[in-house]
Design a protein around this ligand. Structure first.
Ligand SMILES: NC(=O)c1ccc[n+]([C@@H]2O[C@H](COP(=O)([O-])OP(=O)(O)OC[C@H]3O[C@@H](n4cnc5c(N)ncnc54)[C@H](OP(=O)(O)O)[C@@H]3O)[C@@H](O)[C@H]2O)c1
Length: 267
């Protein structure tokens, strides 16, 4: 049974996952590139179920290990340590971001999660909790049975790992649907219908910036499992492949930049 979530990355997304996990009663070991001593305030905020660790410690402790880091960073992680681990891949391909481009990804020869799995040899990689903004990870979460509960997709090749990630996501506040294999995970990548927009409120055109920011920090309209499946099935492969900041709502980008530069941010 999953009891500990190892989190690689303590930025906007790592913090959001950590908050969801401890709220659901999981232990958390969170890590970043700068070392555990930089995570004291966050661990205090998260409470007694959380501790800081090195990347290696987070991998070793995690029954599920999240990749809450930029995609280009994955190449720098200690790949051999992931062997036998269930990895929740939250990364997305934004071509050119961090000076990273992949001809395999641009050509659609691989999905970004296949690229991740190639690097983390021996890990069971599941793509998930990647297709909504960090703010909306918390604001959309609802207990089972709540009429406002929404649905997230996952993709992967290992049935046992999929089941474990499904149980984790269900317990932190989401219904879950299976979007297929990692090769098919393009159906849930950036610029597909299930990416971002179903989980964010619509901002009326012309709304003042402060008002828009406040509204933006609300959940989207709940998506039922059947509606989520329909979005996934009816998807065309995006062209060009990969996300762009221009494709995101300006208020999201503004909040991202504002909060990413703040030390005391809560997701
Ligand atoms: N932002 C969103 O709304 C959103 C939503 C869904 C998915 N995602 C995806 O989630 C991932 C993280 O996004 P984010 O917005 O959370 O980014 P972020 O705020 O920039 O945080 C990135 C984190 O990764 C850590 N990191 C970088 N290199 C590392 C390394 N070699 N070892 C360990 N940790 C390392 C950083 O460590 P330091 O703190 O020490 O620098 C930082 O804590 C990205 O792949 C993104 O595409 C983002």
């Amino acid at each position: 049974m999953t009891q500990t979530i190892g989190i690689i990355g303590s930025g906007l997304v790592g913090k959001a996952v950590a908050h969801l996990a401890v709220a659901a009663g999981y232990h958390v070991v969170i890590s970043n590139s700068r070392g555990p001593h930089t995570l004291t305030a966050l661990v205090d905020e998260l409470g007694p179920l959380a501790r800081a660790g090195t990347v290696e410690e987070a991998i070793a402790a995690g029954d599920i290990v999240t990749l809450s880091v930029p995609l280009p960073t994955v190449e720098r992680l200690p790949a051999a340590r992931f062997a036998g681990k269930i990895v929740l891949d939250q990364t997305n391909y934004y071509p050119g971001m961090g000076d990273f481009r992949s001809t395999d990804l641009d050509a659609g020869a691989l999905t970004s999660s296949e690229l991740v799995e190639r690097h983390l040899d021996g890990a069971a990689v599941i793509k998930g909790l990647h297709n909504l903004g960090w703010i909306h990870m918390q604001y959309n979460a609802r207990p089972k049975g709540d009429t406002e509960r929404t649905t997230l997709p996952i993709a992967g090749d290992d049935a046992g790992a999929k089941a474990a990630v499904t149980r984790f996501l269900e317990s932190v506040g989401y219904d879950v649907v299976d979007a297929g294999s990692l090769a098919e995970s393009w159906r849930i990548e950036p610029n597909t219908p299930i990416y971002f927009w179903p989980y964010a409120p619509v901002i009326p055109e012309g709304m003042a910036e402060e008002e828009a920011k406040a509204l933006f920090q609300q959940p989207g309209q709940p998506l039922s499992p059947d509606a989520a499946r329909a979005l996934i099935e009816n998807t065309q492969r995006p062209s060009p492949i990969g996300g762009t900041l221009e494709g995101m709502p300006p208020v999201h980008v503004a909040l991202f930049l504002e909060l990413a530069s703040a030390d005391t941010v809560r997701p």
